[in-house]
Design a protein around this ligand. Structure first.
Ligand code: ZN
Length: 237
């Protein structure tokens, strides 16, 4: 059954899976930014009550965090890309050296997906004639354009997401009064994390309530623990 391209594109766009990769990375990065920068700022605030060291620590945490997220993402996506490239080269070689076995293998894949033996064979033959490498990469290795990641893009997206989250607690260390600054940092950071968690859950098609409870719990644990460490250092230094 033929479907006009834009209808098909519109239909595919409805599915959450297509939004998942960049969304998960963006939310993770922003979450990390808010939580780690706010925790650093809270820790320094409970240890010391001068604004300058607090702002400095928050800014240093923001820059260090954004760069380490970018470096981590670049390294992990690059090694993923290297792996995929090695798989593609091996698949090309196998297709050149043993096309019959590869065709048989593709047929078995379609049979396992529920096609009758004859239909599976016919589909495998036609897709092989059309573009053998593409058929094997997609149906045998599960590689396709959607999962293909670009290391630089991923690194920049990750650093941008971290920065977009981390800049919020930095603004609080600059704009709010020093008295009770740790409470402003905690309060606003938890609100930002809850909003982010609810948005991510809603966009990803899962329960916002669970996501909000999860992030509030872990956010509170992280910030209270760093406040405690900061307090310990504050009284002992
Ligand atoms: Zn193959």
């Amino acid at each position: 059954m033929n479907q006009p391209d834009n209808d098909l594109e519109h239909y595919l766009d409805k599915h959450y899976i297509h939004k998942s990769n960049w969304l998960r990375a963006a939310v993770l990065g922003a979450n990390d930014g808010i939580l780690s920068v706010a925790s650093i700022a809270i820790g320094v605030t409970t240890a010391n009550n001068g604004r300058h060291p607090i702002v400095l620590a928050a800014l240093a945490g923001l820059v260090a965090g954004a760069l380490s997220m970018a470096a981590g993402e670049y390294v992990s996506v690059s090694s993923q890309t290297d792996l995929e490239q090695a798989d593609i080269e091996r698949e090309k070689q196998e297709l050149a050296e043993m096309p019959e076995i590869e065709l048989q293998y593709l047929t078995e894949i379609y049979e396992k997906r529920g096609l009758q033996k004859e239909t599976a064979k016919q589909v495998a033959i036609e897709l092989t004639q059309n573009n053998a490498l593409q058929a094997h990469l997609r149906d045998e290795l599960g590689l396709n354009e959607i999962t293909k990641a670009n290391p630089i893009q991923a690194a920049l997206a990750s650093a941008a997401a971290f920065t977009s989250g981390g800049i919020l607690p930095v603004m609080i260390t600059l704009l709010f009064p020093l008295d009770y600054l740790e409470y402003y940092l905690y309060g606003f950071s938890i609100i930002f994390l809850m909003l982010l968690g609810a948005f991510a859950a809603k966009t990803g098609g899962s329960s916002p309530k669970k996501a909000v409870i999860r992030i509030t719990l872990w956010g509170t644990i992280a910030m209270v623990l760093t406040a405690f460490v900061g307090y310990l250092f504050g009284v002992n230094l």
